[in-house]
Design a protein around this ligand. Structure first.
Ligand SMILES: [Zn+2]
Length: 319
C-alpha cells in the first residue's frame, strides 16, 4: 500500500531530508498532552533555560523526577500545563500531523473547569495551530486508581463525546488487569476505543492477558510481545495495533539501543505498528525524527518505515 507521500517520504529518509519528512502526512497516536511540546519551544516561550535531559533515565520514576525538578518549576500550575498543551498543538502543525492522539487525565479536565471549557480550549488550539490535524483526545487513568470509583464518575467526562478512547498508564502490574474492567466496560458503553499502556516493562503474557481480559483495540508500547511468537500471532490475527515509542524505550532503559529495538521483530511477525513520541518534552525526539533515527540505525528500511507511517494514518484495525 502507498499514498501520495510514499515516494517523497522514502526519498527523504534516504537523503536525510528533514524538511521533506516534515511535510509528509504522519500521525502521533501516543503522546501525553502535558509533556508533548518541544523543549526548545518552551524555553523560548518562557525565556528560560531548561537543561537537556540525560541520555538515560532510571526508568519511569527517574523520568518523572527529572520532569518535576527541571520542567515543573519553570511552568507550574494549570497555566503551565496549558502552555505545554499549546506547544503540543504547535508541534502537530509544524510536523503536518494528519492524526493526533493527545492523552489527558481527569485532572486536566477538572483544571480547565469541567468538560465544556476543556473541550473549548483544545478545540481552539486545534483550530489555531493545526487545523489540518484530526484531534482524537484520549482519557487516561493512572494504574494505581480505584477503577470502580473512576468508572462511577466517568460519565461526566465521556458523555459529551470529546474523548475518543481510554487508556491506563503510569506503571504496569500495579493491580491485576481485571481491576480495570469497570473502566473498559464504561468505555464500551460509550463506543470509545480501548487502549492501555502494556508490555513496556511487563511481559508478552501481560500483553496477552490485558488484550484478552479488557478487549483492547490497541496497545501503547506492547514491545515485550516480541518475546513470544504466540502473542505476536494473536496481535496480528486480531489487528491489535501497537503504538510504539522507540526513543522513549531507549532513554528509559527498556531497550538497549535503536538498532536492536524489537519493532523490527514485531513487523517481521505481521504485528501492526505505529511510531510515536510519548513525551516529546522529555525524550526530545519529534515524530519525523523518530522515523529518521530508525532508518539511520538500520532498524527498518525506508519502505518499512513508510508502511509504519501509513499504518498510523488509517483507522483502528481491530478485527
Ligand atoms: Zn506513554
Amino acid at each position: 500500500m502507498k499514498d501520495r507521500d510514499s515516494e517523497k517520504f522514502i526519498h527523504a529518509l534516504e537523503n536525510d531530508d528533514t524538511e521533506t519528512l516534515l511535510s509528509c502526512r504522519k500521525s502521533d497516536l501516543h503522546c501525553h498532552a502535558g509533556k508533548s511540546c518541544r523543549r526548545e519551544w518552551l524555553c523560548e516561550r518562557l525565556n528560560a533555560s531548561i537543561p537537556a535531559p540525560p541520555e538515560r533515565f532510571d526508568g519511569l520514576t527517574g523520568m518523572q523526577t527529572w520532569f518535576e525538578q527541571n520542567i515543573k518549576p519553570e511552568c507550574a500550575g494549570f497555566t503551565g500545563n496549558i502552555l505545554r498543551w499549546e506547544g503540543a498543538f504547535m508541534e502537530a502543525g509544524r510536523n503536518d500531523l494528519a492524526r493526533l492522539v493527545l492523552i489527558f487525565g481527569t485532572s486536566d479536565v477538572d483544571g480547565a473547569g469541567g468538560i465544556g471549557p476543556f473541550a473549548g480550549l483544545i478545540r481552539d488550539m486545534n483550530r489555531k495551530y493545526c487545523p489540518q490535524t484530526l484531534l482524537e483526545p484520549e482519557l487516561t487513568f493512572v494504574s494505581s486508581c480505584s477503577a470502580k470509583e473512576e468508572a462511577a464518575r466517568m460519565d461526566e467526562y465521556v458523555s459529551s463525546g470529546v474523548f475518543r478512547s481510554i487508556d491506563v498508564c503510569g506503571g504496569e502490574n500495579v493491580q491485576p488487569v481485571e481491576a480495570y474492567l469497570p473502566l473498559y466496560r464504561k468505555a464500551e458503553q460509550y463506543g470509545l476505543l480501548k487502549r492501555m499502556h502494556a508490555g513496556e516493562t511487563g511481559s508478552a503474557e501481560d500483553v496477552e492477558r490485558a488484550a484478552d481480559v479488557l478487549g483492547l483495540d490497541e496497545i501503547h508500547h506492547g514491545i515485550r510481545a516480541a518475546a513470544s511468537s504466540r502473542v505476536m500471532r494473536m496481535l496480528a490475527d486480531r489487528g491489535i495495533r501497537l503504538n510504539v515509542c522507540p526513543t522513549s524505550n531507549v532513554m528509559l532503559g527498556f531497550v538497549k539501543d535503536l538498532a536492536s529495538h524489537p519493532v523490527r521483530i514485531l513487523i517481521d511477525n505481521g504485528v501492526p505498528v505505529t511510531v510515536n513520541t510519548d513525551d516529546l518534552l522529555i525524550f526530545g525526539s519529534t515524530v519525523e525524527n523518530e522515523y529518521r533515527k530508525l532508518y539511520r540505525a538500520g532498524t527498518l528500511t525506508a519502505e518499512q518505515l513508510d508502511e509504519v507511517r501509513l499504518c498510523g494514518l488509517g483507522p483502528c484495525l481491530r478485527a
